[in-house]
Design a protein around this ligand. Structure first.
Ligand SMILES: NC(=O)c1ccc[n+]([C@@H]2O[C@H](COP(=O)([O-])OP(=O)(O)OC[C@H]3O[C@@H](n4cnc5c(N)ncnc54)[C@H](OP(=O)(O)O)[C@@H]3O)[C@@H](O)[C@H]2O)c1
Length: 378
């Protein structure tokens, strides 16, 4: 194997991890992709499946797998040091967003009303463990994370453990917006560029409701490089997302998330510059347009917008998502309206969470949620 083969490790072998692993391996670019998870048998089968599908399509991917449990930071560090990835993609979570949708419908609707923020520990803890392992490994890959980067990254940035950039969320609506605008202008999508600043809350709501609710967002539309936002009926275009431009949702809709992940990962792996959208760039709160330049992530805000203004827009989305504040020391303060629902439904009450409490809080949510599922099914 050549020493200059680019190496990518996908850490977390659930739905998103497997989709991204599969796509990364099916490339004309020579690279080595490793899938890492907990279940040796499942990993072996997935890796072979990806390899055989690649061969069927005329690729000859270099793929491998290895095992770790993120709770074991030393073992994860050892796996990272052994593989030496250029790029590390984190796709692990203690409880993905879709898990509550597997509850009976009425229980799901009640919990859904709490929004995403209160579940933060389920996404933050595995990322924190993975980042501790990266530090311990002595290897310095570019780290890209799928799990709630809008809030996980600013919380972990306070202790120097933020991944470099997130994927999805703000990015997941960009192609839809590009298509709506291009069709409206009767031009090719390539002639249209979108610049969106939006928190996870807004991204989630846009494709379902076609507006940003009580949160703020910023959308600029450029046609062949000229900003034409003022000439467009933006609320009217947004309303078309859940109507004429509706798309597959639920777990099958995670194909969009995987595509968003690849929009960030492919340029990083191939060392090429790109303009993309991403949440949590360099530990920032919320989602932004960003440029990837020589492996570095830089904000690309619309003309005339300051970073403080973009941050304020994202903070307004964060509040609607159920997080009142992320303090400079990483302590997360939750919105009482969201936490009241968690308390009524699960018996889980966490007004604020210092980072040192995150692991215990994740454990508590897991236990209370398991008991809730049993009650809901009875
Ligand atoms: N940014 C976006 O736009 C976007 C969109 C969709 C989803 N997401 C997020 O992406 C993340 C992954 O979602 P998903 O749907 O792929 O979830 P999933 O299918 O449940 O996969 C999660 C994976 O995490 C692994 N995991 C859990 N604890 C672990 C541990 N201690 N050590 C090692 N691995 C562990 C699980 O391993 P096992 O297989 O061994 O159980 C599982 O494979 C979630 O945070 C989800 O909310 C983001």
């Amino acid at each position: 194997m050549s020493h200059d083969l680019r190496k990518i490790m996908v850490l977390g072998s659930g739905d998103i991890g497997r989709r991204v692993f599969h796509e990364l391996a099916h490339s004309r670019h020579k690279r080595h992709v490793e899938l890492v998870g907990r279940d040796e048998e499942a990993l072996l089968r997935t890796t072979n499946m990806t390899r055989f599908c690649g061969l069927q399509r005329g690729f000859s991917p270099t793929v491998s797998h290895s095992t770790t449990d993120l709770v074991d930071v030393e073992r994860t560090a050892e796996r990272i040091a052994a593989f030496r990835p250029d790029v590390l993609f984190l796709s692990a979570s203690y409880q993905s967003w879709w898990v509550i949708s597997t509850l009976p419908q009425d229980a799901f609707q009640r919990l859904y009303a709490a929004n995403y923020g209160p579940w933060l520990p389920m996404h933050l803890v595995p990322v924190m463990k993975a980042m501790e392992a990266v530090k311990l490994s002595g290897i310095e890959p570019v780290v890209v994370n799928a799990a709630y980067p809008d809030a996980v990254h600013p919380a972990l940035a306070s202790v120097g453990l933020s991944p470099d950039v997130g994927i999805g969320n703000v990015a997941n609506n960009v192609p839809g917006l590009q298509a709506v605008a291009a069709d409206h202008l009767a031009c090719a999508p390539d002639d249209v560029e979108v610049r969106l600043i939006a928190h996870h809350y807004v991204s989630h709501r846009l494709s379902r409701r076609g507006d940003s609710g009580r949160a703020r967002m910023s959308l600029a539309v450029l046609h062949r490089g000229s900003d034409i936002t003022a000439e467009l009926d933006i609320p009217g275009l947004l309303r078309r997302l859940p109507t004429e431009y509706r798309r597959t949702g639920g777990m099958a809709g995670q194909g969009m998330t995987a595509a968003s992940a690849l929009s960030v990962l492919e340029p990083l792996v191939n060392e090429r510059d790109a303009f993309v959208h991403a949440p949590g760039p360099n530990g920032l709160l919320g989602g932004y347009p960003v440029a990837i330049e020589s492996d570095k992530i830089r904000l690309r805000l619309p003309e005339g917008m300051s970073q403080d203004e973009a941050l304020a827009i994202n903070v307004s989305g964060q509040r609607q998502d159920g997080i009142a504040e992320i303090r400079p020391d990483g302590t997360v303060v939750f919105e009482s309206s969201a936490m009241d629902i968690m308390s009524d439904e699960l018996g889980y009450d966490c007004p604020e969470m210092p980072l040192t409490d995150a692991e215990g809080r994740a454990q508590e949510i897991a236990e209370r949620f398991a008991a809730y599922r049993l009650r809901a099914a009875a």
